[in-house]
Each structure stands twice: as structure tokens, then as C-alpha cells.
Write a protein that binds this ligand. Structure first.
Ligand SMILES: [Fe+2]
Ligand SMILES: [Fe+2]
Length: 262
């Protein structure tokens, strides 16, 4: 089972030169499913959605997608509160209740974008409980959402509202892997400490060229009996295309994930 995990495309503030190399790399990896953890557009404007949907149409695998805060029209106060997901719904599909099954792998998409907590996002107890209720006991259960549920200490942004409680509930309830985006910086091993029941993977940004973004990247995640291998495809800002990929293994023993030493 192979997942291509992409996040934070930010069409409208994206690297146009990287669109074709990204499509070639993602499709060339022949994933079973592509997980897109939000921020497809930069400002949820018409032209940005046109570019985003053209990109989606060229992906050659099923796509499980969730909205990010940038997919809400923050520039339009009325639309932001009254119809925050209208453009997303029109261009991508339902923002909530997204589920897919691939053999023994079960995927759920959770909408954490919230017009009343625009940057920070939110996961309610009710939503976390719904996720737990939908877990498949015999499956590898993966949850995809935009806002991370835990951050490294050096991250100077507010953690998603409700994240600590929801993460505890995910770990207790049996969520195996959480895929997220939003911070535009990869993190995974750093979040495991001495071992955790849930492996969290923060994707970097696949296309955004915002000042402060140091590189673009996406990851290919291969599930296997003992764990997961993450293969990161990195495109530095000052170079054309992608570098040779780097891999990191995550092993699960006794119910706990740990990162294999490089
Ligand atoms: Fe983003
Ligand atoms: Fe975001």
C-alpha cells in the first residue's frame, strides 16, 4: 500500500516551475492513493481554484483531500462565515466525512479548518469521537487533517484548538497514523519521543513560495508489516526540480512507533 502525501499547494502563491516536476514525480511513484492535507489555494479565489482543479485532474490516483484554512475565503468576511466551504465543495467535493478503504488500510479525512479560528483551526470533541467511532478494528487506521495535533517546541504558532484532547483520544482509540500539513515544515521522528501509539507526519509544502518557505517537498509513504517507510522528495527553492529522495523508516513494536536511526 503506497500513499503519496502532499500538502499546502497554495495555488496563487505557488512555484509555477515546480508544477510539472511535481506531477511527474507523484504520478511516477504510482501511489494507490494521494492524500492532500489542505491549503490547495492561497486565497480561495476563482482563478486559484481553476489552477488547483487543473492540477487535481492530472493526478493519476484516487485523491483523499481535506480543506485547509487558506481554502476558506478569508478576504470576504461575509462568505468566510456564512459559506466558508462553498468554493471547496464546488471544486473538490465534501469537506467532511471523507473515507476510503484500500484492503486493510482505512483512511478518514477530517475538516479542521474553521472560519472562527482561521489560522489555528479546531477539532471538537464530537468530531474526534466520530473519528473513533469509524475506526476499523482490523485495519491500519489513518486520519488526514490540515492542522497538526502536536508541534515541536520551537514552532511559534498556536496549536490547533482541541488538539491535545483529540490526540489523546486518537491514541487511546487506535488511530495508527495522522497525516497533516499547515506548518510548511516536515516533522515526524521529532514527535515520537520514546515511542507513541500514533505516528504523526507533518508534510512540508509541495508548491508554496511564501517568504520563509525553505523548500518544497512531498512524501511517498509505503506501509509494510513492521511499519512504514517515508520517502521525501525535496525541491530546494534555488534549484530546478527535485533532489534524489531521502528515506526514513518508522517501525512499530509492542504497539509503539519509533524512528529507525538513519
Ligand atoms: Fe499552508
Ligand atoms: Fe494552513
Amino acid at each position: 500500500m503506497r500513499i503519496a502525501h502532499l500538502s499546502d499547494l497554495h495555488f496563487g502563491l505557488h512555484r509555477a516551475d515546480l508544477v510539472e516536476p511535481l506531477l511527474a514525480q507523484v504520478n511516477g511513484a504510482r501511489p494507490d492513493v494521494i492524500v492532500l492535507t489542505g491549503d490547495l489555494t492561497h486565497r480561495s479565489r476563482l482563478e486559484q481554484w481553476r489552477e488547483a482543479t487543473e492540477f487535481l485532474a492530472r493526478l493519476e490516483a484516487p485523491v483523499l483531500c481535506v480543506p485547509g484554512n487558506h481554502d476558506i475565503p478569508a478576504w470576504n468576511p461575509l462568505a468566510r462565515v456564512v459559506i466558508p466551504f462553498a468554493a471547496y465543495r464546488r471544486n473538490v467535493g465534501a469537506p467532511t466525512d471523507v473515507e476510503m478503504q484500500f484492503g486493510r488500510v482505512s483512511l478518514q479525512g477530517v475538516n479542521t479548518a474553521d472560519p472562527l479560528a482561521w489560522d489555528r483551526g479546531r477539532i471538537s470533541k464530537a468530531r474526534a469521537d466520530e473519528v473513533i467511532a469509524r475506526l476499523r478494528p482490523a485495519a491500519l487506521n489513518i486520519v488526514a487533517l490540515h492542522h497538526p495535533m502536536q508541534q515541536r517546541p520551537e514552532v511559534r504558532r498556536e496549536l490547533m484548538r482541541g488538539a491535545p484532547e483529540a490526540l489523546r483520544s486518537f491514541e487511546r482509540g487506535g488511530v495508527d497514523i495522522v497525516l497533516s500539513g499547515h506548518l510548511h515544515r516536515w516533522a515526524a521522528a521529532e514527535l515520537l519521543g520514546q515511542g507513541r501509539r500514533t505516528l504523526q507526519i507533518h508534510a512540508g509544502t509541495a508548491l508554496c513560495s511564501r517568504p520563509g518557505d525553505k523548500q518544497n517537498e512531498f512524501a511517498v509513504l509505503d506501509m509494510h508489516a513492521g511499519g512504514l517507510t517515508a520517502t521525501r522528495h525535496i525541491a530546494p527553492m534555488d534549484q530546478q526540480g527535485f533532489q534524489p529522495p531521502v528515506t526514513q523508516n518508522f517501525l512499530r513494536q509492542g504497539g509503539l512507533w519509533r524512528a529507525e536511526a538513519a
